[in-house]
Write a protein that binds this ligand. Structure first.
Ligand code: CA
Ligand code: CA
Length: 346
């Protein structure tokens, strides 16, 4: 009985063991999953459980490596952000403060300030405070111009005060005239042909070379089709025609003017009659009559206006010398030359 019982017990034991084993086997799939979480499965003897463990270890390693990579990436990004801030953003943000004084102190300030005021204490702080408007205000050029303006204001009256009319070579031509005619101010006979400059000019010859006066390169011809006349005048002077060519004005360097104007002669008077009637003269001016190339004329008593008419007495021409300063007549011989060059044309 006992043996039987023992055998039965043994059988029961064996059955229990087998059942337990089967339970374990059947339970196996769920156990590792839990043990994977808890970690206790490491002691399990199941072969499939140990394989799963190895996979779990690999996953752990990969996870750890991934976390490490992510961590390193975060650190790397952080370092990048810091470096960019340290060397790019921060210097850019601070740039105006250190560079402004350098820029303004180096090129601008020495030029602008040194010639101006003797504020040699050009410290960097004072330099930075100079605004563009201030720099303009203390611009040396402005100061120079104002200073020259102040001096010219004082000098202008001196210039207007009739500069002397010089004749350095005392040949009768003023230095102003010799400049306009191209003759030498220090030689009475500029071209050395034994004829003086004034004599050649008065007789219609070129004082600066051979030939007639009209050959001079210092003179130029002007033709007026309205009044049908021509004249010669200094080529360096400026000529303007006004009022449909009824008035022509030639400007001399000293702002004097030579003007030729044309008007009708409805009564077809000779110039002496016209002159006497126009100026209500009692005594006839006929004794002052001059004759030219197709015209006859009379010099006014002021010697600044010459009146002439053509041979057909169609027009009255008035050639006037209008000096810039009433007491400075620097071009009397050129005025006479223009009159003598007057010629009626078809
Ligand atoms: Ca002279
Ligand atoms: Ca000569």
């Amino acid at each position: 009985m006992l043996g039987k019982n023992n055998k039965k017990t043994n059988i029961d034991d064996a059955t229990a063991v087998r059942v337990n084993q089967e339970l374990i086997v059947h339970n196996m799939p769920t156990v590792p999953t839990r043990s994977f979480v808890s970690g206790n499965i490491k002691t399990a003897s199941s072969s499939s459980g140990s394989q799963f463990l190895a996979v779990s270890d690999n996953k752990n390693k990969h996870q750890t490596v991934g976390i490490l990579i992510i961590g390193l990436g975060v650190v790397f990004v952080g370092v990048l952000v810091y470096l960019s801030y340290r060397f790019i953003i921060k210097p850019a943000a601070q740039e105006p403060i250190p560079t402004a004084p350098i820029v303004s102190s180096a090129p601008i300030v020495p030029e602008k300030t040194t010639p101006l005021a003797s504020t040699s204490t050009a410290s960097s702080t004072a330099v930075v405070e100079i605004a563009p408007s201030v720099i303009e205000m203390i611009n040396p050029e402005t100061i120079e111009s104002t200073s020259t303006a102040s001096t010219t204001i004082e000098e202008i009256p001196l210039i207007i005060e009739t500069p002397p009319i010089l004749d350095a070579d005392v040949d009768g031509l003023s230095d102003d005239e010799e400049l306009a005619l191209g003759t030498e101010t220090t030689l009475p006979d500029s071209d050395g042909d034994t004829y003086g400059d004034l004599s050649e000019l008065g007789n219609g010859y070129n004082p600066t070379g051979s030939g007639k006066l009209t050959a001079s390169t210092y003179l130029t011809k002007y033709q007026n089709q309205t009044g049908k006349y021509e004249i010669y005048y200094p080529a360096a002077w400026t000529l303007k025609s006004l009022n449909n060519d009824y008035a022509t004005i030639i400007s001399a360097p000293d702002n004097s003017l030579m003007q030729i104007s044309v008007q009708g002669n409805p009564k077809i008077q000779n110039i002496s009659s016209w002159y006497d009637a126009t100026f209500s003269l009692e005594a006839s001016s006929a004794n002052r009559l001059q004759k030219g190339d197709g015209w006859e004329g009379i010099m006014g008593e002021d010697s600044l206006n010459f009146y002439l008419t053509d041979a057909n007495r169609e027009n009255i021409y008035i050639i006037s010398y209008i000096p810039a300063l009433s007491d400075r007549l620097a071009y009397p011989n050129i005025f006479e030359m223009i009159i003598n060059s007057f010629k009626i044309i078809d």
